[in-house]
Design a protein around this ligand. Structure first.
Ligand code: ADP
Ligand code: MG
Length: 632
């Protein structure tokens, strides 16, 4: 479709440029020259290198490209280049595409509300060209040669024919060279690159069938082959994610939902793996985020966030894509229903793929009533009897509940949410006291040790009775032992029977590789292994039975949250985080020998009273404190 210049006259009262005398009639009101108008528009559309990336990538997608490369130098400050094999442009269109309000994608105002394509204001290229040096090379299928155009601050400097394949290559250099305030306002290279990667990922995640590459300063950061949604997510987050993804699907008249969510144990303290899309467009929504978070309630620790990739499809008229191109908020007509549908769909997926066997069925509970699925007939309510039921068989309680749940299962549209009620409480209420309480006399001086509620250790010694917080105690012990390891020449290492391979996202791999040396100092045997992968063969001997994957995930979370600025701080942060991550948690049952060992290790510490955040590790009750308790 040829590009037409489309002025949004219903929205802008522009004075037609076919009336030049107007300008001379007035001394005060002047028409802004196009280059300045473009610069002003650019101020809204192009805020940082990442905004250029977004616009260029979306244009390549709209042009039907199946292969898109993004080449970045110095976080976009030196170069942003896209190379696509899309349909390209003829010579006239190439020139026209740089005009403001030039678009091939809208021809009347109605289109604005129906648009499924990405960009739709015809403003992006003109805006970018106003604040940078742009080189565009493009060739359409019906031409043997391409067109090359050089533009600087909206001025076409040069145009000629060039030899090239069908498609478009756009190079942006010296962004904001003529807007020094903007250039100064740019953040550090790392931050700007982070934004670029975010935009790249958002576009890649909605176009899994397109092959994408991203290079930064000559280094390939991503190579995503054209594939399906699951493979694309894994391509972005790292192969280790494959087992952690659970599909979500829901089809109603109002909305269709597809996508994937992370299993609860893959939830992280940091955000960054949460993606919502509607009709092929990324958006942010604290409201829907809370719907997801609600569905995970009780399944993940506080302040942790599950990964999710949720793709909504709705009727285009039912959302208001805020016409402002840089806004990522979108208004939905029927937000509340979509919230309920989303939360339910996620709960169901979690139930099916992760926690189903522990379901507690409570038929009394009320639930959200969902709109019927598309094409679904609503089943008549009726009594279902389980013909297999044998009253003489001794079903265990859990099994009975489970079977009851199945036998009385209601149509999916209404009942299933109730299946999960109660589960949350179950998970939150750690058993107050485990039946197999470990109580023993250990050591030669008849020391009594006992675990209380799987989280406190009671030790009776000659000094009195110690009440010890097991997690805090162990993190203190590990902390001091790691500190010692750093000083020592060779660290006591516990070799792993099965080395653990970690496949990480690009960002996480970066974080971990910055810490590898420090980790070796405290007794890890870890090395990088291919792109974004690490292999761990040994852990510090002091770490009892750690789950290496969980520990490393938590560790990376910690470092991401507060990135140390220098080597010394890094070493300190590694020691502290590792001690906290690999310490035995509250809720873990301990054997008498383990408790005694922990108690003795603690007593050897330089600072046994406090944990790494300054909390009390133990309470000692001797005869005088007991006297006080009795008011004696
Ligand atoms: P919009 O995308 O809103 O139409 P842009 O300023 O981003 O506005 O682009 C203007 C026009 O230039 C597009 O409508 C399209 O016709 C053309 N165009 C831009 N980039 C490409 C590309 N990579 N391949 C083919 N055509 C393109
Ligand atoms: Mg565009």
């Amino acid at each position: 479709m040829p590009i037409n210049i489309y002025r949004l006259s219903a929205f802008n009262l522009t004075i037609s440029s076919a009336m030049p005398p107007l300008q001379s009639m007035s001394d005060i009101i002047k028409l802004l020259p196009d280059s300045i108008a473009n610069q002003i528009a650019a101020g809204e559309v192009i805020q940082r290198p990442a905004s250029v990336v977004k616009e260029l990538l979306e244009n390549s997608v709209d042009a039907g490209a199946t292969n898109i490369q993004l080449i970045i130098k110095d976080s976009g400050k030196a170069l942003i280049q896209t190379i696509d094999n899309g349909k390209g442009m003829g010579e006239a269109d190439a020139r026209m595409s740089l005009e403001r309000h030039a678009t091939s994608k809208i021809s009347n105002a109605d289109d604005l509300f129906k648009l499924n394509t990405m960009g739709f204001r015809g403003e992006a290229l003109a805006s970018i060209a106003a604040v940078a040096h742009m080189e565009m090379k493009t060739r359409s299928a019906n031409r043997d040669v391409g067109t090359e155009i050089l533009v600087e601050a909206s001025q076409v400097k040069h145009q000629e024919i060039c030899a090239m394949e069908i498609g478009t290559t756009i190079s942006i250099k010296n962004l904001f060279f003529n807007v020094p305030a903007r250039r100064k306002f740019l953040k550090s290279d790392a931050v700007e690159m982070r934004h670029i990667i975010d935009e790249f990922q958002r576009v890649a995640l909605v176009n899994p069938e397109i092959e994408f590459k991203l290079f930064h300063n000559g280094q390939q950061l991503f190579h995503l082959l054209g594939s399906n949604m699951r493979q694309r997510i894994i391509g972005i987050l790292g192969k280790g994610y494959n087992e952690k993804l659970v599909p979500v699907e829901e089809e109603t008249d109002l909305v269709s939902i597809t996508g994937f969510i992370g299993k609860p144990d893959a939830a992280k303290k940091s955000r960054g793996e949460q993606f919502l899309f509607v009709n092929g467009r990324y958006f942010k929504s604290p409201y829907f985020h809370s719907a997801v978070q609600k569905a995970y309630e009780g399944l993940i620790p506080q302040r942790h966030h599950p990964a999710y990739f949720i793709y909504f499809k709705v009727k285009p008229e039912s959302i208001d894509i805020n016409i402002h191109p840089t806004k990522t908020e979108i208004k939905f007509e029927d937000e509340r229903s979509i919230y309920a549908i989303l939360r339910s769909a996620i709960k169901r997926s979690l139930g099916q793929y992760h926690v189903a066997p522990t379901i507690d069925f409570n038929p009394e509970t009320s639930f959200d009533i969902l709109p019927p699925k598309r094409g679904q007939e609503v089943e008549k309510p009726g009594v279902h009897v389980n013909p297999e039921y044998n009253p003489f068989v001794d079903y265990s309680e859990a099994k009975q509940k489970w079977e009851r749940g199945n036998a009385f299962q209601k149509p999916m549209t209404e009942g299933w949410e109730a299946l999960y009620e109660g589960l949350e409480q179950d998970l939150q209420q750690a058993p107050a006291e485990s039946p197999g309480l470990e109580m023993a006399f250990a050591g030669d001086d008849n020391t009594l040790v006992r675990q209380i509620g799987n989280r406190y250790i009671l030790v009776q010694s000659a000094e009195g009775v110690f009440l010890i917080h097991q997690y805090r105690a162990h993190s203190r012990v590990l902390f001091e032992s790691f500190e010692e390891n750093v000083m020592a020449k060779d660290q006591p290492i516990q070799q792993l029977l099965f080395p653990v391979t970690l496949e990480l996202s690009v960002q996480d791999a970066e974080i971990l590789s910055s810490a590898v040396l420090s980790l070796c100092h405290i007794g890890f045997e870890i090395e990088s292994f291919g792109t974004n992968a690490f292999i761990i063969r040994g852990v510090p001997a002091a770490c009892m039975q750690i789950n290496v994957e969980h520990t490393m995930a938590g560790f990376i979370d910690d470092l991401r949250d507060n990135k140390p600025t220098d080597e010394v701080k890094l070493q300190q942060a590694v020691i502290k985080s590792m001690a906290q991550q690999s310490a035995i948690r509250s809720g873990v049952e301990l054997k008498a020998q383990e408790m005694l060992g922990l108690f003795q290790d603690l007593m050897r510490c330089k600072q046994p009273q406090f944990d790494l955040s300054g909390n009390k590790v133990f309470i000692l009750m001797n005869s005088s404190t007991i006297d006080k308790l009795f008011g004696a």
